[in-house]
Design a protein around this ligand. Structure first.
Ligand code: 4AD
Ligand code: MG
Length: 482
């Protein structure tokens, strides 16, 4: 007999048929009621054991975490909380789980910290099952969105010689030995003797390669792992995260904002439509977590309300210059409550400022654009008509409540001469990026794109607060377990 997924059993339209279910025991009550979960849904199916006719030996082995197979009759349940249950006729223990040793015991309410240390088992909890199903559905929605619009999915390299963001936060890739490292005459590491015969690193962004493809295929997107060796031990940063980077030929910054907004609203709507049970559960979890917080720190909206709010309201578009004026006049700035006080135009915005704008001032997602040129990457398009000393670039960041920056993007500098000037000023090796400059040498045109940090999106949609809890096996400073 083939087994049926719990999700399908619970959605069944007929009863009284014989069914087989397989899964892991969540709880076993009164020597009679097994809550069985197989990961297909957050909901368990109740399996009622005929304990009088089941050997004690078997009953003892029905413990939290054990894998079992039951064959029985699907009947309407008399108990509250579930529509159907299985009247068990035959029960088989597939894999025991020692009740003394299995770390994930529902009674103990394991902390998120404890669960992180047991990332290989935490997915057996309702919370992590729900998060990872939502994450999966969101990935699918990302592909759906771009494929429906005719974007081409491009796999850009993980190992690369370039530093797309120019921030120098890269993990080196080398096959050279640490002792007896080959050196050049002036004592530097001789990468000519390395595997690739040059210096390489893990990619911080697929954008530069993506641009070359957009300048042939028109509209492309990437969706892949990205690596940053920035030592930010925060609840928003991972050393290995997934990024989605669309790039579109002939789009300007306004088109880019429209695309980003439409895309984010689409994937959130997709999750709302396809993850109802999981999101309802996560909403309850968040309410529970917030009970222990002072009133002022609690969210104003429950999870589903917040997600719907983002769908129903346009993102507020605000220039960097306007944002600086708002921040300079804000109460926390005047009262010196910000760690970094905003005095003048040109200051880089810290997450405290971004969160003030989104959470306190505008109370909705915000797109900040036209940033000072010298705090942004080299490839962003210089605005025409900017005052000398106050040059701005066609950059945009999307800021989300509770998250801060979720998207970074720009219209690209399509003018060869201007780009070369900028690279010279920043001492970026033209030789090394000669292939990138070819997009500007041959058939250059306006184009734009952005990067969305996938885990920050999953954080927002699931209402979780630490980025380590929305990726199966997080990599952060000091942590690469599993
Ligand atoms: O703003 P960033 O650095 O932009 C780029 O990499 C551009 N090349 C994107 C483009 O225009 N194609 O990163 C984009 C987004 C951020 O807004 C953030 O959501 C996410 O990537 N991100 C991180 N997420 C988790 N952990 C980190 N360490 C992250 N760094 C960036
Ligand atoms: Mg950024």
């Amino acid at each position: 007999m083939k087994h049926t997924k719990v999700k399908d059993l619970l959605n069944s339209t007929t009863t009284l048929q014989e069914v087989n279910a397989k899964g892991w025991v969540r709880t076993f009550r009164n020597n009679q009621f097994i809550a069985l979960n197989d990961g297909s849904t957050i909901n368990n199916i109740q399996c009622v054991v005929d304990f009088e006719n089941t050997p004690d030996e078997t009953l003892k082995r029905i413990t939290t975490g054990a894998a079992i197979s039951v064959i029985g009759t699907l009947i309407e349940s008399k108990g509250a909380g579930q529509k159907y249950e299985i009247q068990v006729n035959k029960l088989e223990i597939l894999g025991d789980s020692d009740a003394e040793k299995f770390p994930i015991q529902p009674k103990n309410k394991p902390s998120l910290d404890f669960l992180r240390e047991n990332a290989h088992l935490r997915v057996r909890t309702n919370m992590f099952g729900a998060i990872m199903r939502v994450r999966s559905v969101l990935s699918f929605a990302v592909h759906n969105y771009f494929q429906q619009k005719g974007f081409v999915y491009v796999n850009t390299p993980i190992i690369t010689g370039s530093d797309a963001e120019g921030a120098g936060e890269m993990f080196k890739v080398t096959a050279l030995p640490f002792d007896n490292t080959p050196r050049t005459e002036d004592g530097k590491v001789n990468y000519k003797e390395d595997f690739f015969e040059k210096e390489t690193n893990l990619t911080v962004s697929g954008q530069l390669e993506g641009e070359t493809y957009a300048m042939a295929l028109g509209q492309i997107y990437t969706f892949g792992p990205t690596f940053r060796a920035e030592n930010s031990n925060t609840s928003r940063h991972l050393a290995e995260f997934w990024m989605i980077e669309p790039e579109v030929a002939f789009n300007n910054l306004d088109d880019n904002m429209d695309l980003a907004e439409d895309f984010i609203q689409y994937v959130i709507k997709y999750a709302l439509d396809n993850c109802q049970d999981d999101l309802k559960f996560l909403e309850g979890r968040l309410l529970d977590e917030e009970k222990s917080k002072p009133q002022a720190e609690r969210s104003e909206m429950a999870l589903l309300e917040k997600l719907n709010f983002v769908l129903e309201n346009n993102f507020k578009r605000v220039s960097y210059t306007e944002a600086i004026d708002i921040l300079r006049d804000s109460t926390p700035n005047k009262k010196k409550k910000f760690q970094y006080i905003i005095n003048e135009w040109g200051a880089d915005l810290q997450s405290e400022h971004e969160r003030y704008l989104v959470e306190k001032h505008f109370k909705c997602p915000v797109i900040l654009f036209d940033y000072p040129a010298n705090i942004k990457a080299f490839y962003m398009r210089l605005n025409d008509n900017t005052e000398p000393g106050r040059e701005t670039v066609r950059a945009m960041d999307i800021l989300f409540p509770g998250i801060g920056e979720i998207v970074g993007g720009s219209e690209r500098e399509e003018r060869y001469d201007v780009l070369i000037e900028k690279m010279k000023a920043l001492e970026i090796d033209e030789e090394e990026l000669s292939w990138y400059l070819d997009t500007r040498r041959f058939g250059s045109a306006t184009h734009a794109g952005f990067g969305l940090g996938f885990e920050r999106l999953v954080l927002f949609v699931t209402g979780m607060t630490n980025i380590r809890d929305v990726i199966p096996f997080p990599r952060t400073p000091g942590n690469a377990e599993f």
